[in-house]
Design a protein around this ligand. Structure first.
Ligand SMILES: [Zn+2]
Length: 261
């Protein structure tokens, strides 16, 4: 599932492509057709990300709300628009480019009130100006383990399974520590790592946990297997011990039980 860096990157890219353009919005698959009519031939005002949610705002004050979920994906194409590939839920076409959306969990037209309801259920998003103090308040009030809290979108928005594993490993934090048992200093270290990884993710359009110094080369030159330290790996890069896979919040968490004791 795309994590927060991906939705923010998509918002930046789609904003650059469509902002200020009067677009055609349709649903080749048909499932989004009646909603598409509400924003068809309208001008795109902006595209905004919040956590794992995307909002395409139109000048008639309606918005398209997209959550990619596990299977959603976008595809860019030329104009005139090519024949749809697979089940294209939504197609947005300007005079320059065609954007197809397949397989999202959510794709609907809403108004600002609905949008605010979605935002009210989300915790602070570090990439959208969310504050460390607000996230700290959520975490310190909880008896849940930090490994579960990081995936709870109401606690902090935009963190997924890879960021969770990589950030906890970087600061050698045991994922089982309860939020209420965490001290502020440790939380601040975690926050700094998450913010750095999220921003790097937006910049490079992929999750990169290692630093350029540690990798010995620029981040854009890293091979796929060099970007992460622990997620999907079997051997700990620090102690050479085995990496354990445990279930925390119903998702696989990669952890070194020696380094993160
Ligand atoms: Zn280790």
């Amino acid at each position: 599932m795309p994590e927060g860096h991906k939705t923010h990157r998509l918002a930046i890219d789609h904003c650059a492509l469509f902002r200020g353009y009067r677009v055609r919005v349709s649903s080749p698959q048909g499932r989004f057709s009646s909603d598409a009519q509400k924003v068809d031939r309208q001008v795109v005002a902006k595209v905004v990300a919040a956590g794992k949610h995307l909002f395409y705002e139109f000048e008639n004050d309606l918005l398209v709300h997209v959550h990619l979920g596990r299977y959603g994906s976008f595809r860019l194409g030329p104009v005139p628009s090519p024949p749809p590939r697979g089940l294209v839920r939504m197609r947005i076409a300007s005079e320059n480019v065609t954007l197809d959306l397949n397989g999202p969990t959510q794709c609907r037209v809403i108004d600002a009130v609905d949008r605010d309801q979605v935002l009210a259920r989300l915790g602070p998003d570090p990439l959208a100006g969310g504050s460390a103090t607000d996230v700290w308040r959520n975490i310190a009030a909880s008896k849940q383990p930090i490994g579960a809290l990081l995936l709870d979108q109401a606690v902090i928005a935009g963190i997924g399974n890879i960021f969770r594993a990589e950030a906890l490993f970087e600061i050698a934090m045991n994922p089982e520590i309860r939020g209420c048992d965490l001290d502020r200093k440790s939380f601040d270290r975690l926050w700094r790592v998450l913010v750095r990884m999220l921003r790097t993710g937006v910049k490079h359009d992929q999750i990169i946990a290692v630093t350029a110094k540690e990798a010995g080369k620029p981040l854009e030159k890293l091979d796929k297997h060099q970007r992460l330290r622990i997620y999907g790996k079997t051997t700990c890069p620090r102690c050479d011990g085995p990496i354990a896979v445990v279930k925390v919040a119903a998702r696989k968490l990669y952890v070194c039980k020696f380094c993160q004791a």
